[in-house]
Ligand binder design. Structure first.
Ligand code: FE
Length: 217
């Protein structure tokens, strides 16, 4: 019983005024403990860890995918190569990386809208889109998008014409998909940087569409 009392007084409760309550919450504490042990044993290099964290916080994100899309809009030869075999094209742009070893680009058209899911877990093209959003990993999205994609899209505020086909792509550990959304009207002659601002993360998953930013934004 004494043991049980101690467990109950463990410092995870924010209302506990025991001095241990200053410790970080449980998962963070475990991570820190692991990091300390692994560093002490010389198995990891803290500087390398910092570099990885910096990469995911600052360098990897939807802006990478947006650059690919913007270039595909602006350069028909690039788009053709991307659609035929995305991997070498992505690698040329320096965007090849973990969780994105094999990318397939699929293109939205006047008649086809593509949407991406991972029904099994949460496979996602990290080097192009960053860390997946919470809803992408949810049971509800993963189950419903296959059965009723139009209803799921409506929940995202996107209503497609009835005669537009919807294609659902199921990601796996081997294959990750990038949707090339349709280029918004009124962007003729825009350079790559300007075009990138039309490309949202959701438009590259297929739960949204690309949109021309309002003037001045
Ligand atoms: Fe998965």
């Amino acid at each position: 019983m004494g043991c049980l009392r101690i467990i109950r007084r463990m410092p995870h409760d924010a209302h506990d005024d025991h001095p241990h309550s200053l410790l970080p919450p449980d998962p963070a504490l475990r991570v820190r403990a692991l990091e300390t042990i692994l560093t002490g044993k010389g198995l990891i290099d803290p500087a390398a860890l910092d570099a990885i964290i910096d990469t995911y916080q600052h360098r990897i994100g939807p802006q990478n995918g947006a650059r690919v899309v913007a270039r595909a809009w602006a350069d028909p030869a690039f788009r053709a190569r991307l659609l035929a075999d995305a991997d070498p094209v992505i690698a040329e742009m320096g965007l090849y990386g973990r969780q994105g070893e094999h990318i397939v680009a699929v293109e939205n058209t006047d008649t086809v809208h593509n949407i991406v899911v991972c029904t099994l877990c949460s496979c996602y093209p990290w080097p192009l889109l960053g860390i997946p959003p919470g809803w992408y990993k949810s049971d509800a999205y993963r189950a419903r998008v296959v059965r009723e994609p139009r209803k799921v899209l409506a929940d995202f505020g996107l209503t497609l014409p009835q005669d537009m086909a919807v294609r659902v792509w199921d990601s796996t550990a081997e294959v990750r998909y990038l949707v090339i959304p349709m280029r918004p009207a009124g962007t003729e002659g825009w350079d790559e940087e300007a075009l990138m601002r039309c490309v949202t993360r959701d438009s590259m998953i297929g739960t949204g569409v690309a949109a021309r930013p309002e003037a001045g934004s």
